[in-house]
Write a protein that binds this ligand. Structure first.
Ligand code: SF4
Ligand code: SF4
Length: 245
């Protein structure tokens, strides 16, 4: 919304979903047993009636396991459109975004597709969703550094701890930005101290920020000191990444 990019290209994103050839299927059920997402059910032949292979496409992750395990070679794949990738620019910034079709839930597939268009010769900023779900992991995987933006509240601290555990597990360096600093208590800062986590920046709980945002303006364009703080944040991250701190 704030970058207001000009979109120059739209590319459809598809997920490969299984298609069972009932003429070859022996209703052994191996495909549905192997599916970790319960996206496939096989109903055997009963009293001479034709059996069925039922796919629940919204649950299918397109992993290909069912096709791999089928001993009859009865499964082929067909493409299902789940959304688009938009490619464009905002001034001298390159811009990419993924949009899921209404009702679709396979955000990680779109995120992985968006990342294929990344120009790795440039500095890349990926705006990830909050939390620690699959879309978050798909967003941060492969990054040099992750900025965890939190709030100094019990709820914020709870989510921060989960995000820290996730990043430590997948081995990605990170630091913390405390947004709306002054709103809650100092437990978040104490936690970061105890865990040896760098607090990169504290953004105050300031009505001027909310006011600018409500008018569709970025605070960095409105207030010189915020601009300086965010440039310092960028330079600090660059230093950490380049010097492998
Ligand atoms: S492709 Fe993967 S997720 Fe989809 S039905 Fe087959 S095993 Fe399940
Ligand atoms: S594994 Fe193959 S043969 Fe067995 S039920 Fe599935 S599609 Fe049919």
């Amino acid at each position: 919304l704030f970058l207001n990019p000009e979109i120059k290209q739209r590319v459809q994103v598809y997920l490969p979903v299984p298609k069972i050839d009932l003429a070859k299927c022996r209703y052994c059920g191996r495909c549905s047993e192997a599916c970790a997402f319960h996206a496939l059910a096989v109903l055997p032949q009963v009293s001479g009636k034709q059996g069925k292979g039922l796919l629940f496409p919204e649950l299918c992750h397109g992993c290909g396991t069912c096709r791999y395990v089928c001993p009859q070679g009865a499964i082929t794949e067909t493409n299902r459109e789940i959304g688009i990738v938009e490619i464009g620019a905002s001034k001298d910034l390159q811009f990419l975004q993924g949009i899921l079709n209404v009702g679709e839930v396979m955000a990680p597939s779109i995120i992985r597709e968006v990342k294929k268009y990344i120009n790795s010769t440039r500095t890349i900023v990926i705006d990830a969703p909050p939390g620690t779900s699959c879309p978050v992991v798909a967003s941060v995987q492969g990054s040099d550094y992750c900025v965890l933006v939190t709030e100094p509240t019990p709820f914020g601290l709870h989510d921060l701890k989960l995000a820290v555990a996730m990043l430590r597990k997948i081995n990605i360096r990170f630091g913390v930005v405390i947004n709306r600093a002054g709103l809650g208590d100092d437990r978040t800062e104490h936690y970061c101290q105890r865990e040896g986590i760098e607090v990169l920046l504290k953004i105050p709980f300031d009505a001027q920020i909310a006011k600018a945002y409500s008018q569709g303006k970025m605070i960095v364009a409105e207030n010189q000191s915020y601009q300086e703080n965010l440039v310092s944040l960028y330079l600090r991250i660059k230093e950490i990444v380049n010097e492998n701190i």
